[in-house]
Design a protein around this ligand. Structure first.
Ligand code: SAH
Ligand code: SF4
Length: 360
């Protein structure tokens, strides 16, 4: 059986006559979150039967949901081949003024999507890296995470949602599937989430950053820089021996100008490794002349992790220094830390799944 979410609109059109049926099916999938072809009642019965014999409209099963005290939810998905991976729904309060100047507070959603099961890159501070690499997620498996989470939370199709490719895996190491997924997610007849609301986070595979730039699809880019010299970065992220800091900076400089405005440099701060002001000064030198935002992430410790979280005062000093020099910089709020849903903490726990299965 094939995964219907792996197909873009043109590919479905090619399969069906008349081709307008494709749009109707997409409406069921992406605006009504319908996972059963039999329920797509404006589609002729014989076509529904045909679809049922070829496709699955539900390929991911929600195996577990953990809810954090701050409202963050972590989803454990199981795939057709019994692999598991995680995605995270982050809720934030969003305050806006209406036309009369009243403050309206509403919920803002960000979905943190996985691109691979495991990861090949092997960063020393990352929990996902510990289990090694299993396989790429297909385009459909990337798309369906968003559909399933929107459905599970009754998030209306028109509600604005941000997508960050910051879950498990290195998105640019699964380039073709990622791009196909982004196009389906942003398609007006698909999930209709603009590429401007989608951000790819990468460990810095410079040739793929260049390839992404050439596509010029408007998606935001976040670079996991984490160190200001190659010596330190080599130790934290072995990939730096292949694509070093200079090659990454060069790729960012060549990124399309519009999208470059929204490039973010993520700086994972680790106690006594990269947290003093000398690093902040070198960071400024490194990005001199490029218009970027810096986002400081405090290392999230996990069981048996080798590093320590710096104290917040150290991080504040670092960020204040950057700001005092006119650099846009923030400290990222750690969401979902109590359920291990924060950045870099995603790793499927086998014990939990077994436990759950014994009751179902
Ligand atoms: N592979 C991509 C995206 C997934 S990781 C990348 O590396 O960018 C998302 C972010 O979490 C990255 O910035 C990563 O460096 C960071 N991260 C990994 N482990 C972490 C940890 N233990 N604490 C805090 N952030 C971590
Ligand atoms: Fe992979 Fe990103 Fe983790 Fe590095 S930080 S091992 S690239 S998921």
């Amino acid at each position: 059986m094939e995964n219907i979410f792996d197909y873009n609109l043109d590919e479905i059109k090619e399969l069906l006559t008349p081709s307008f049926r494709a749009k109707q099916i997409w409406h069921w999938l992406y605006a009504k979150y319908e996972n059963d072809f039999n329920m797509m009642i404006n589609i002729p019965k014989d076509m529904r039967i045909k679809l049922n014999t070829k496709f699955n409209a539900k390929n991911l099963e929600i195996k577990d949901i953990q809810v954090s005290s701050d409202g963050t939810k972590k989803y454990l998905f199981e795939t057709f081949d019994n692999q598991t991976f995680e995605s995270v729904l982050i809720k934030m309060r969003d305050k806006q003024n209406d036309d009369k100047g009243n403050i309206i507070s509403s919920e803002k959603y960000t979905i943190c999507v996985s691109s691979q099961i495991g990861c090949k890159i092997g960063c020393r501070f990352c929990r996902t890296a510990e289990d090694g690499f299993k396989r790429n997620l297909s385009a459909g498996e990337i798309v369906e995470q968003v559909v399933a989470i929107k459905k599970d939370n009754n998030i209306l199709p028109q509600k604005r949602v941000n997508i960050v490719y910051m879950g498990m895996g290195e998105p640019l190491d699964n380039f073709d599937n990622l791009i196909k997924a982004i196009k389906i997610i942003s398609h007006i007849d698909g999930l209709s989430i603009s590429t401007r609301r989608q951000t790819i986070s990468t460990s810095g595979i410079s040739p793929m950053i260049n390839a992404l730039g050439e596509l010029n699809i408007g998606v935001g880019l976040a670079i996991s820089l984490h160190a200001v010299n190659n010596e330190t970065r080599n130790k934290l992220m072995p990939i730096n021996k292949t694509y070093n800091i200079e090659s990454i900076i060069e790729s960012v400089r060549n990124f399309p100008i519009d999208a470059r405005k929204r490039v973010m440099f993520e700086y994972l701060m680790i106690k006594n490794i990269n947290d003093d002001l000398k690093n902040a000064k070198d960071l400024l030198k490194l990005i001199n002349g490029i218009n970027v935002k810096i986002n400081i992430i405090l290392f999230n410790p996990y069981e048996n992790s080798k590093f320590q979280r710096p104290d917040i005062e150290t991080a504040k000093k670092f960020v204040d220094f950057l700001i005092s020099k006119g650099q846009l910089a923030t400290i990222r709020e750690s969401k979902g830390i109590d359920i291990d849903a924060a950045c870099g903490q995603l790793k499927y726990k086998k014990e939990k799944l077994k436990h759950k299965n014994s009751f179902t």
